[in-house]
Design a binder for this molecule. Structure first.
Ligand code: HEC
Length: 124
């Protein structure tokens, strides 16, 4: 192998290690919350995470910060989960302006049903 090829490889490897271990804020590299199943998280990450996360919108992350989900007490998680099902069921979240600008992030009726089923099963 030519020396320059090796340098490129070494640099790429270094970058991957950097991304894996340092995880600077703003990388969206946070682990998904342990308290949220993957099938539910997939939708919340797509439709809600931009605002409801450490790097999100001030008011939104005060109301609900998905990066802090695992730090919420169980009764707070339950209350937030119920709020999630409610606001999504009403079509109140994501906000209408965000829907217009991010059509791909609009949750499908199926994904809302899946999330509410998770909430109802949690509440039993
Ligand atoms: C464009 C940014 C944005 C996105 C995307 C977004 N939200 Fe919000 N959300 C806000 C803001 C701002 C508030 C606080 C003001 C308010 O209640 O309207 C909020 C408030 C909330 C609240 C608290 C409501 C209350 O009455 O206390 C819940 C629950 C919520 N959002 C859930 C969601 C869910 C679930 C999604 C994804 C399906 C989502 N949001 C997507 C900006 C956003």
């Amino acid at each position: 192998m030519k020396k320059s090829g090796f340098v490129v490889l070494a640099l790429a490897g270094g970058l991957i290690l950097f991304a894996a271990f340092i995880r600077p804020n703003g990388f969206n590299a946070q682990d998904p919350p342990k308290g949220i199943p993957d099938s539910v998280w997939a939708t919340l990450e797509t439709s809600c995470y931009d605002c409801h996360s450490n790097d999100g919108n001030g008011m939104a992350k005060v109301k609900m910060n998905l990066d802090k989900w695992d730090e919420y007490a169980p009764d707070k998680q339950m209350a937030k989960a119920q709020d999630i099902c409610e606001v999504m069921g009403k079509g109140a979240m994501p906000p209408s302006k965000y829907r217009i600008n991010n059509p791909d992030a609009v949750p499908t009726p199926e994904s809302i049903t899946r999330i509410c089923a998770w909430v109802h099963q949690k509440a039993r």
